[in-house]
Design a protein around this ligand. Structure first.
Ligand SMILES: Nc1ncnc2c1ncn2[C@@H]1O[C@H](COP(=O)(O)OP(=O)(O)O)[C@@H](O)[C@H]1O
Ligand SMILES: O=C(CO)[C@@H](O)[C@H](O)COP(=O)(O)O
Length: 503
């Protein structure tokens, strides 16, 4: 019997569960989608029960279809979509749908936090209180649903809710704790100053654990529900981007992570706790003990492509639609797309900006629109890379992960727009692999994450920049950068119009 660990990656569009042997072989992988609710402009919610059901179906498939035996699964760890607010009452029942990282309804609360604490807030958390983060959401509930806030005993993030249902134990790891912006990065503890400023009881914050720490065995109920064994241990896990960076081997200043999941992320490893980008780029504790990372986030990366596919090519094969972009040209025959379809976080922290196609011409065909979507998402990543380069960083390698890394064409576009070599992983599920690595280290199979990485991480393809196309994309990016200032006012007015006339 080959022992294995499971990396459970709770994303925004689906959960993916990856079973990995002690020698780093991916022996099986299962997953299941779940829906996203957007009932009003800026709202993004999910039912936490959908996460539990989808994770359980995936685990049951691993056992029944892929023939893993429960005893073979010795450890489980988690990678989770960040910042989402799950509120539990004193019976640990969920009080309202989870408000997700791409829910931007809390602009007023963001302003209130800045008005009250200003730069002190950024000093403590190393972040600005953007709508996507957990504290503004909690304050939105406090102000708009006071009866729910009063009954809220515990706040959890998505992966921590899933682990709670599997083990009965409440916990949060440091990488997800930083993403709440209720955490003092320098002191490495919940910030009493922030909690007191907004009258939030510290008891709402779950106990902190390291990503490699044990967080209890699978409990009797979940063992019966899923077929897992009560001997299986769970481990803290981390934020999906922290786990993605672990699974992609981002371990030094010359490598950068490019993740195309529902969101898009450009991420850099940071060895120093003291680094502070004044909140222009996010700063987080890592899943690697005593390490940190920074990142810029595009709110709708894979989500823009999925939206396009659902709206204009619903019944077609996803890969075929993406591949059709090869029929277009560099620059999509003069068509640009700005992916601000649910607002934006970096480099423009603007909840009310919306997306656009610019330059639509009578000659354009659907494949030009697909190409423009792929390119527009990477132009927005280029904006983030520009922020890093302006601070003196130079990268030699981009490691590409997430659902978007299934497309070789999209990775070549990245190499050309970044003008940096892009490398893919054998399996694009970096966060799931990273989570499995946390369990492998937690179990003691490996001394630490760098040692585990030598066995677990396997690279696949290399995409080199093509000089002619690099130059064309450089020119196109100059035009792309004008879209935000040119469309800001118009799209804000349209969002306001929609809010005013929402039925
Ligand atoms: N064949 C494909 N080629 C390129 N991109 C894809 C393909 N299939 C899915 N995607 C993109 O991958 C995204 C989902 O990536 P994933 O890493 O699973 O996200 P999450 O972790 O947020 O659930 C989708 O939004 C979609 O745009
Ligand atoms: O908000 C952030 C990071 O700050 C997002 O990156 C979420 O963590 C969602 O990740 P995916 O579902 O796109 O992987």
């Amino acid at each position: 019997m080959t022992e294995c660990v499971l990396g459970v990656d709770l994303g925004t569009s689906s959960v993916k569960v990856t079973a990995v042997s002690r020698t780093g072989e991916i022996i099986a992988q299962e997953g299941m989608d779940f829906p996203l609710q957007q009932p009003q402009p800026g709202y993004a919610e999910q039912d936490p029960e959908d996460w539990v059901s989808a994770a359980t179906v995936s685990i049951v498939r691993l056992i029944l279809k892929d023939k893993l035996t429960p005893d073979q699964i010795v450890g489980i760890s988690y990678s989770g979509q960040m910042h989402g607010l799950v509120l539990l009452d004193d019976n640990n029942e969920v009080l309202r749908p989870a408000m997700l990282w791409n829910d931007t309804r809390s602009t007023q609360q963001r302003q209130e936090i800045m008005a009250k604490m200003g730069s002190r807030f950024v000093d403590i958390t190393h972040n600005k209180p953007l709508e996507g983060f957990t504290l503004p959401k909690l304050l939105w509930v406090k102000e708009n649903q006071p009866e729910i806030f009063q009954n809220a005993k515990t706040m959890l993030l998505p992966k921590d809710y899933l682990r709670f249902r599997m083990t009965g134990q409440l916990a949060i790891d440091y990488s997800d704790a930083t993403g709440t912006v209720m955490f003092d990065v320098d002191k490495q503890q919940w910030s009493k100053e922030i909690l007191d400023a907004f009258d939030i009881p510290e008891t709402i914050c779950p106990p902190l654990v390291r990503s490699i720490d044990e967080t209890g065995n699978i409990n009797e109920w979940y063992a019966e529900y899923s077929g897992l064994s009560t001997h299986t241990k769970t481990f803290g896990g981390g934020a999906d981007n922290a786990c993605g960076a672990v699974g992609a081997g981002i371990d030094g200043p010359t490598k950068v992570l490019s993740s195309i999941g529902t969101s898009g992320v450009i991420l850099k490893y940071e060895p120093e706790k003291e680094t502070n980008y004044d909140g222009v780029i996010q700063y987080e504790d890592h899943a690697i003990p005593n390490a940190y990372y920074s990142m810029g986030v595009t709110l709708a990366a894979g989500f823009s492509l999925s939206w396009f596919k659902k709206t204009f090519a619903e019944n077609e094969d996803f890969t075929a639609v993406v591949d059709s972009a090869a029929k277009s040209t560099v620059g999509a025959n003069g068509l640009l797309f700005a992916p601000y379809i649910v607002g934006e976080r970096a480099p423009y922290a603007d909840a009310d900006i919306r997306g656009s196609f610019i330059g639509i011409d009578g000659i354009h065909q659907r494949h030009d629109f697909v190409r423009a979507v792929l390119e527009g998402i990477i132009f927005s990543f280029r904006d983030i890379l520009d922020l890093y380069e302006a601070k003196g960083n130079q990268f030699e390698t981009v490691i590409s992960i997430g659902g978007g890394a299934k497309s070789p064409l999209w990775q070549q576009i990245q190499a050309n727009i970044f003008n940096v070599k892009v490398v893919s992983l054998q399996n694009e599920q970096g966060p799931g692999l990273g989570a499995a690595m946390l369990a492998a280290v937690g179990l003691g199979w490996y001394h630490d994450i760098p040692e585990c990485a030598k066995t677990f991480i396997q690279f696949k393809d290399v995409f080199l920049p093509e000089p002619d196309n690099v130059e064309k994309y450089r020119q196109l990016h100059q035009i792309y950068r004008k879209i935000y200032p040119s469309t800001k006012e118009i799209t804000h007015e349209l969002v306001d119009f929609r809010r005013d006339h929402q039925r």
